[in-house]
Design a protein around this ligand. Structure first.
Ligand code: SF4
Length: 505
């Protein structure tokens, strides 16, 4: 909860551009109305600068109706925000038509920090040309400003948007928004063409079911102080006064990027970092993802063996995000306690996207090197395996079946499986493992080179050297990737260490 973000929309409803489809291009604001917008912005800023640090807000983006950055007060505000030591980033959606003079005078000379500035630049084909827009993007990039650029996915504009992509340096991500007024579905050829421009365009087409539990770290504030959880959710009680209200949502779908892109889920963080609403990709070189509870709904590792959830598969939004990563050149790996066959089966169509992984809690590693599939197993001592398989009185006492997972190299995982309705407690698992260790101490082998972990109705037993973090280190080394250039995510204590070593500072 320490990386909250606010979106701000003032009462501005005018634009210096006159695109034929846009209502704000026709609206003229009087000097008095503009002055009101300026006063509201500075009033909001006053409260923000006083209270936002205490609310754990670290980022803000202006999302105006119309164009805000042609007005000096927005630049002055951004200068103040980026100069705050506790602020990570501040920015705005813009058509990039502002002059560099206003940027220099009202932002740089006012103490603004360009490295904290984030611009979401929209290309308007009726009002500018690809060379002019691309030149502005390059100038801002050279000034040390981070930005993304993009446009609405109008099929008739495909050739133009291809030219835009080609005219921009690769470090500028070009996004494509779904065209709401298209009145039909995109054809497969159009979809593919837009995916070649924006690898994450598939996310725009995948329906995202609303889930307000993922929206506690965000707030949308209007110039008059009205608050919403996101840009499409209903007005919340009370006005902006330096408090962060509890989230509320009356929607069925998170139907646009400003909604779904601000949810606190692993996909947004993996693709776009701590403040995904700025839409600046983090482009990890590799990702390591847990299966149960992360890529697929939780169901317990026993689901496969009991046949539950075997059809599984990942949701459409997650699949679209994974496909985008692969298109963007990221290598995907699984990091799971499941064996490889079960993990891939659980993923359904998404299984083909993964270049390998850390399976069986780190006892089995799979990766591609020099165009060939490589594998490494950490096996258990055969004497230990025999003990685990032969202690039938423990099976009866604790009511489990023993499954051994073998490769040509030997047994690399043992699962003590209980019926789904009778999950293991930590205490029971510890007692069973202790019983094996006592056998070892009485002179027979077993337990010494092993460790166990509890997952619902399964106790997994693997080599003491096997672990997801060790697997991440080893695969990163083989692939010449620094762990900080990778991203890892999972929802169990087993995942904490691999997430820590992949965290960016
Ligand atoms: S519609 Fe908005 S508030 Fe509701 S779940 Fe989606 S992003 Fe959250």
């Amino acid at each position: 909860m320490d990386k909250r973000m606010i979106l701000y929309r003032g009462s501005l409803k005018s634009c210096n551009y006159h695109c034929s489809y846009c209502p704000f291009s026709k609206h003229r604001m009087s000097a008095g109305e503009l002055e009101k917008d300026r006063e509201q912005w500075f009033s909001f800023l006053h409260t923000f600068c006083r209270d936002a640090a205490g609310m754990h807000v670290r980022a803000l983006m202006i999302v105006p109706y119309g164009e805000a950055l042609v007005h000096p007060w927005y630049w002055e505000g951004l200068a103040r925000l980026t100069a705050l030591p506790w602020m990570d980033a501040a920015g705005a959606q813009t058509n990039l038509s502002f002059s560099m003079d206003i940027y220099q005078k009202r932002f740089v000379q006012a103490g603004g920090r360009p490295q904290k500035l984030r611009l979401w630049a929209t290309f308007h084909p009726e009002m500018t040309t690809v060379p002019d827009f691309a030149a502005r993007c390059r100038a801002l990039l050279q000034a040390g400003i981070t930005l993304c650029a993009g446009a609405v996915g109008v099929p008739d504009n495909l050739a133009l948007l291809r030219r835009l992509r080609a005219a921009l340096p690769p470090e500028i991500y070009v996004w494509i928004n779904r065209m709401d007024g298209l009145g039909r579905a995109y054809t497969e050829a159009e979809r593919e063409a837009f995916l070649e421009i924006d690898p994450y365009f598939g996310r725009e087409l995948a329906p995202v079911a609303a889930d307000v539990s993922l929206c506690a770290q965000r707030l949308f504030v209007e110039g008059d102080g009205r608050q919403h959880t996101c840009n499409i959710s209903p007005v919340l009680p009370g006005r902006w006064d330096g408090e962060f209200p509890a989230p509320r949502c009356g929607r069925k779908r998170c139907s646009c990027y400003l909604a779904y892109g601000g949810r606190n889920d692993f996909m947004n963080r993996m693709l776009f970092g701590d403040y995904p609403l700025f839409r600046i990709p983090r482009r990890p070189r590799a990702v390591f993802l847990d299966v149960e509870g992360t890529l697929t709904p939780g169901g317990g590792a026993g689901a496969e063996m009991s046949g539950r959830g075997a059809a599984g598969g990942v949701s459409a939004p997650v699949l679209a995000g994974l496909e985008g990563l692969v298109r963007d050149g990221t290598r995907l790996f699984l990091a799971t306690t499941l064996c490889r066959r079960d993990a891939v089966k659980r993923l359904g169509r998404a299984g083909r996207l993964f270049a390998g992984g850390i399976f069986a809690g780190g006892a089995h590693l799979v990766w591609e090197e020099d165009g060939r599939l490589q594998e490494r197993f950490l096996t258990l001592e055969e004497n230990a395996v025999r003990l685990f398989m032969e202690r039938k009185e423990l099976n009866r006492q604790y009511g489990f079946r023993t499954l051994a997972y073998r490769s040509g190299a030997g047994c690399y995982k043992i699962t003590l499986l209980r019926p789904a309705h009778r999950p293991w407690t930590e205490r029971e698992a510890a007692a069973v493992f202790r019983a094996f260790r006592q056998t070892e101490c009485s002179g027979q082998a077993g337990g010494g080179g092993t460790r166990y972990l509890v997952e619902g109705c399964c106790v997994q037993i693997v080599s003491a050297q096997a672990g997801k973090a060790a697997g991440v280190r080893m695969l990163c080394q083989r692939l010449s990737i620094a762990p900080e250039e990778a991203f890892a995510f999972g929802d169990s204590p087993e995942d904490a260490e691999m997430m820590r070593i992949c965290a960016r500072t």
